[in-house]
Design a protein around this ligand. Structure first.
Ligand code: ADP
Ligand code: MG
Length: 249
């Protein structure tokens, strides 16, 4: 794979907090236009890996590039090119839909004209036209997540990085949210998304499963099921976790 075709890559990415290694030698290459699902139980190192790839925290060792930019030395560049929804990303509940978009447009430094144009495009994408004046807190789960996504897309990033965007969101809202993600990927967006939900993982182009900081497997959902001769991804992961814990030979 040439560099141009790779949106996100890292080799031997490692993060230690004190004497605890929470991300351990993770290597990934995510092609442009790919939806990459990042799976793993709570505390396995998903958010820490994502934060290193976004240039928000510095790796203890290893290296990585996002669109060719170094994740340690060119963090400012990376931030211009990614839309990031952190796990705790929250909208301003007492602001309206339009005011939330305007607020984030200000943060990204968009001109007034650019902000107006993007606002209209994103309201379309999120299906939020007609709800501009609704307070964010009055939106249901799915609408909220789509508004949050719209905010992360204001500066027209090439890459979307979403850390558990649908945690605790009801199944119908999750489905609608994922429809938007697939639509964006079709238009060429690269998406790195962490999730707990196996139904979401099944619809990703590639997935990686991280456990205790180590990337245990990576590949297409079909290839992983084939490799372990198991019918569902959930079975594959249960198998892997048991193997790690020494429950099966
Ligand atoms: P996940 O997103 O998969 O739930 P995290 O990357 O958030 O996992 O966390 C991995 C491990 O690293 C956890 O045990 C967590 O407590 C620890 N950890 C995360 N951030 C810090 C930090 N800033 N300082 C110390 N430990 C941390
Ligand atoms: Mg996390």
């Amino acid at each position: 794979m040439t560099e141009l075709e790779t949106a996100i890559e890292c080799q031997g990415l490692t993060k230690r907090f004190g004497d605890r290694t929470v991300v351990d030698q993770v290597s990934i290459a995510i092609p442009k236009g790919c939806i990459f699902g990042f799976l793993g139980p709570n505390g396995s190192g998903k958010s820490t890996t994502i934060r290193m790839l976004c240039g928000l925290i510095t790796p203890t060792s290893g290296e990585g590039r996002v669109l060719g930019y170094d994740i340690v030395k060119e963090t400012e560049r990376i931030r211009q090119h990614i839309g990031y929804m952190s796990q705790k990303f929250s909208l301003y509940e007492e602001l309206t839909v339009a005011e939330n978009l305007d607020f984030y447009a200000g943060i990204y430094g968009l001109s007034r004209k650019a902000a107006q144009q993007r606002r209209s495009e994103l309201l379309d994408m999120a299906g939020l036209h007609g709800r501009e004046k609704h307070l964010a807190r009055t939106l249901s789960g799915g609408w909220k997540q789509r508004l949050a996504l719209a905010c992360a897309l204001l500066h027209e990033p090439d890459i979307l990085i979403l850390d558990e965007p649908t945690a605790g969101v009801d199944p119908v809202s999750r489905r609608i949210f994922w429809d938007v993600i697939h639509q964006l990927a079709k238009q060429g967006m690269t998406v790195l998304v962490s999730t707990h939900y196996m139904d979401e993982a099944e619809t990703c182009d590639r997935i990686g499963f991280i456990f205790s900081g180590r990337l245990l497997v990576e590949g297409t959902p079909a290839a992983l099921k084939e490799r372990f001769q198991l019918p569902h991804l959930e079975d594959v992961f249960v198998h892997l976790v048991r193997r790690e814990q020494g429950d099966v030979s």
